[in-house]
Design a protein. Structure first.
Length: 109
């Protein structure tokens, strides 16, 4: 009886694991990454990805990745991101419409 109960417990776990692996195997090896701001540009930096450059999907359900740093300006607009040869990601953005400021951030990951 104990073996039967163990089997009944293990089968759903194995089935769910198989589904998760199958879904992840459908992901592309490479994808486009798009940095953008929303109409409420005081929120911060958002990302979307695309396998073909035509259909885009917001990452993190459209939630902010980097909040607007208040010491740069009131907004984070026009983000531009690139990856340097050493693998470091560099981000620059406009701090506001009128102020003479821009923001900069970098990350290894």
């Amino acid at each position: 009886m104990k073996k039967l109960l163990r089997l009944l417990f293990i089968l759903p776990v194995l089935f769910c694991s198989t589904i998760a692996v199958a879904e992840e195997s459908n992901l592309p090896d490479r994808a486009w990454l798009f940095a953008y701001f929303t109409p409420n540009d005081k929120e911060g930096l958002h990302f979307a990805w695309s396998a073909d450059g035509l259909k885009w999907t917001a990452l993190r359900d459209g939630k902010v990745f980097l909040k607007t740093p208040q010491n740069v300006g009131p907004v984070l607009r026009d983000p531009s991101i690139l990856r340097a040869p050493d693998g470091t990601f560099h981000l620059v953005w406009t701090g506001s419409w009128k102020a003479k400021s821009f923001g900069y951030a970098s990350s290894k990951d």
